[in-house]
Design a protein around this ligand. Structure first.
Ligand code: NAD
Length: 460
């Protein structure tokens, strides 16, 4: 616990972002109430159980437990709060625009319990530019006893990555605070003060990374902060699509994308991150946020061709995986295909927009028998992917046994530890499409195809 001036905080929405935010702020010394409409989630949290998988969350939750409370009751969380975070989902509509219904509901519920003193309402959900003003208007229209200039709205976009969420929250590169109210910015800076301080005492459970540098505090207008979040995600998505586009050419000219990205990544103007070629990006944010940015552009009659191309390339990568299988096996009908990894990336159980979903769906459509495995996400998939007819395997090795081919979709460490030589020997047809460069060199018999590298590493 830090020596912060403790504030009373309410966090509305206890999903991947809200939960991490609540636990991190409680660690900093604030008194935090997490509010959610999902009773089952709140019951689990009250029992000290976690509704999601995220490394270190359990440990930090226990360390911060005395300052944390969970409820479905806005009345017990909002009136007391100095700062109220909105962390509800903004999933995409078919039009590409984000669905703001949850933000609207949350803002209405908050408004009904505001106390008439100065309270800061912070939007952490990713929302289109202008939503901060829209939230302010909802507060104004729904507050029982509205006082102008008492409910201050801030945009404080979240940049955490699932799988490293607590590291990202405790040791961020920057904290962006957007508001038209200097008073609101000041209160937010107070809230985050321990993170910004040189003598921030790192929690035992989430040690400070070696490459740690103090976070920058970026103060902006409300709309700039909202734009920063979209621009950041769009740029990262673009980097991956760029690497995938170059990867396609690498396959044709006999270059290796991994060597190429290593070579360009040392250039500080480019950087080494988010240049992984493979089955393309997934997860709840990149697809949704790039589509949202394009649709915001449309509202203003403004085309965004670079982003549109990045999305198209991403779709192409997902299809490429199946095309590579077809090149080797020809017909997939009746073939047994092992899919290793279902979560959109390792160290999370999040399945939203996971490339593995599309891959499994397409394989089933083509008549293949799919045997899937994921070290963590299988129970969630049983529920969220119940529309897909695949078999579960109790281990990666079991999935591979007797398979006509395997596709490695998520770079879980468990898959790096597989004895690939013996696993390939146990397959009916020893072929692995390794979309994440998990398999190193091996001396056994089989074919390992990797994205962005040609020819396929054939080992006789
Ligand atoms: P999530 O779906 O995991 O969680 C949202 C939570 O809000 C759920 O628990 C839901 O029950 C709750 N909720 C919905 N309506 C509510 C209401 N009216 N009152 C109280 N609770 C309500 O979503 P998430 O992944 O945590 O994302 C939240 C926001 O943060 C999104 O806008 C997302 O784009 C953004 N974001 C997500 C990530 C990420 O990696 N997941 C990273 C950065 C930003």
């Amino acid at each position: 616990m830090q020596d912060a001036k403790a504030l009373q905080v309410a966090v509305v929405g206890t999903g991947y972002v809200g939960l991490g935010t609540a636990v991190m702020l409680a660690y900093l010394g604030h008194h935090v109430t997490g509010v959610d409409v999902d009773q089952a989630k709140i019951d689990m949290l009250t029992r000290g159980e976690l509704p999601i998988y995220e490394p270190y969350l359990d440990e930090l939750l226990r360390e911060s437990a005395p300052r944390l409370r969970w409820t479905t009751d806005y009345a017990s969380a909002i009136p007391n709060a100095d700062v109220i975070f909105i962390c509800v989902g903004t999933p995409p509509l078919p039009s590409g625009q984000p669905n703001l219904a949850y933000v609207a509901e949350a803002a209405q519920s908050i408004a009904r319990h505001l106390n008439g003193k100065v309270q800061v309402v912070v939007n952490k959900s990713t929302v289109p530019i202008g939503t901060g003003d829209w939230v302010a208007r909802i507060l104004e229209e729904n507050a029982v006893d509205y006082h102008a200039n008492r409910y201050l709205v801030v945009s404080n976009p979240e940049f955490l990555r699932e799988g490293t969420a607590l590291h990202d929250s405790l040791y961020p590169d920057r904290i962006v605070l957007g508001s038209d109210s200097p008073e609101a910015i000041e209160r937010m800076a107070e809230l985050y003060e321990p993170l910004l301080s040189q003598d921030f005492a790192a929690p035992v459970s989430v040690p400070r990374p070696d490459c740690y540098t103090q976070p920058a505090l970026v103060k902006t207008s409300l709309s700039s902060a909202e734009m920063i979040k979209y621009a950041a995600n769009a740029f990262l998505a673009l980097k991956i699509s760029f690497a995938n586009e170059i990867a396609g050419l690498c396959e044709r000219v006999d270059a290796d994308i991994q060597e190429v990205t290593r070579g360009i990544g040392y250039d500080q103007r480019i950087g080494p991150h988010f240049l992984g070629a493979g089955a393309g990006w997934g997860g709840s944010c990149f697809g949704k946020d790039t589509a949202a940015l394009i649709s915001i552009g449309h509202e203003y009659g403004y085309e965004m061709p670079i982003l549109a191309a990045a999305i198209e390339i991403n779709q192409r990568q997902r299809q490429l995986v199946i095309a590579k299988l077809q090149q080797h096996l020809h017909r997939l009908k009746g073939k047994r295909v092992a899919v290793l990894g279902m979560a959109f990336k390792p160290n999370t159980d999040d399945l939203r927009d996971a490339p593995a979903h599309d891959c499994i769906a397409r394989l089933i459509e083509l008549g293949a028998q799919v045997v899937a495995h994921d070290p963590i996400a299988m129970p969630r998939a049983r529920h969220e992917w119940r529309h897909l007819r695949y078999q579960e395997a109790e281990s990666a090795e079991a999935a591979l046994r007797g398979a006509d081919a395997a596709i490695l979709m998520t770079e879980w460490d468990d898959y790096r530890r597989i004895d690939w030589e013996s696993a390939l020997r146990g397959m009916r047809h020893p072929l692995v499409i390794d979309t994440r460069r998990v398999i190193g060199h091996f001396g056994g018999a089989g074919i390992v195809e990797q994205i962005g590298k040609r020819p396929a590493s054939r080992v006789a």
